[in-house]
Design a protein around this ligand. Structure first.
Ligand SMILES: [Zn+2]
Length: 306
């Protein structure tokens, strides 16, 4: 019996360290076991109960002074983790995003335009602020579909930049899933990661990009691309002019002439939090009072929203 409790204790201690690791990396590594994303607060509770039960059983003969140190040492870090995961979960609620979109769509001073349409006719409106919605699909096709459904319901035009070679899905799956989607409110772009494939080497990246774009165009009639960036930031190919996208009749999402760019990538909770602790939600609030004539690009990673 004692062996089982030791086992449970060691297991809960390791799990606890994994949670701290996820927390310390701003939750990015939570995607390792991706579909557990919304359940982290509950997993922390279960795990702390397991460690408490096992440690009480194993060390029950110890005196009161000993427990005065042991119990808070288990309880307080777990409460902290629970609260952090809970606030993270609240930040990424689709229902919260939905409320925000409804509020934005109702704003008469704002017009939502598809990125594809904007690049064809990039004419600012003197009496309105233009908002362009973009999504990069890095990890989950399922979550991208949920986002598309939400936007279809609210008639929000958006563009989805798709990888052709991701850890969690194949390009055939991308084609199948996105071609079967009936919503008319979304477009597709190519989320290229060519530089990652050539391990940062520029020379082989140029012909490879050409090859990849040709293949991508066989399935999706794209006019826009956006570089995916992890270790190698593929955007560098366009940013530093190694690639001339006009040769491919393409445009980069980073060069559409927006005045403001709001993204939830990076920073605390994966949200951008600058030195003044401004979060993604704070930045979205700016949209309530945008100067007329301005153009805003909003990037949201559907992977994180549930
Ligand atoms: Zn990406």
């Amino acid at each position: 019996m004692e062996f089982i409790f030791w086992l449970l204790f060691v297991f809960s201690a390791i799990t606890h360290l994994v949670f701290w690791y996820i927390y310390s990396k701003n939750y990015r590594f939570a995607t390792l076991i991706f579909d557990l994303l919304p359940y982290y607060p509950y997993l922390v509770i279960i795990n702390s109960l397991v460690s408490l039960t096992s440690i009480i059983y194993l060390l029950m003969d110890y005196n009161f002074i000993f427990w005065m140190f042991i119990l808070p040492g288990i309880i307080f870090p777990n409460i902290y983790l629970f609260q952090s995961f809970q606030s993270w979960k609240n930040d990424y609620k689709l229902s919260r995003l939905k409320k925000f979109w409804i509020h934005l769509v109702k704003n008469p001073d704002v017009e939502l335009i598809a990125m594809k349409d904007w690049v064809i006719k990039p004419v600012k409106k003197p009496n309105k602020a233009i908002i362009i919605v973009r999504h990069d699909v890095d990890i989950s096709l399922k979550r991208a579909m949920k986002m598309i459904e939400l936007e279809a319901e609210l008639q929000i035009p958006a563009i989805y930049f798709l990888r052709n070679n991701a850890e969690k899905f194949t390009f055939s799956e991308v084609i199948e899933v996105f071609k079967s989607q009936s919503s008319i409110y979304f477009d597709v772009g190519f989320h290229y990661e060519t530089l990652a494939k050539t391990k940062g080497k520029i020379d082989p990246a140029i012909p490879l990009f050409k090859e990849e774009v040709e293949e991508f165009k066989k399935h999706f009639p794209i006019t826009l691309v956006a570089g995916h960036g992890e270790k190698y930031v593929s955007q560098k190919l366009v940013r530093d002019n190694y690639l001339d996208l006009t040769e491919y009749n393409l445009k980069s999402a980073y060069r559409i002439g927006h005045d403001l760019y709001i993204s939830e990538a990076g920073g605390k909770h994966h949200f951008i939090v600058d030195k003044k602790s401004v979060t993604f939600w704070d930045k979205l609030a700016i949209l309530d009072d945008l100067p007329k004539g301005s153009v805003v690009q909003i990037l949201i990673h559907a992977d994180w929203w549930f």
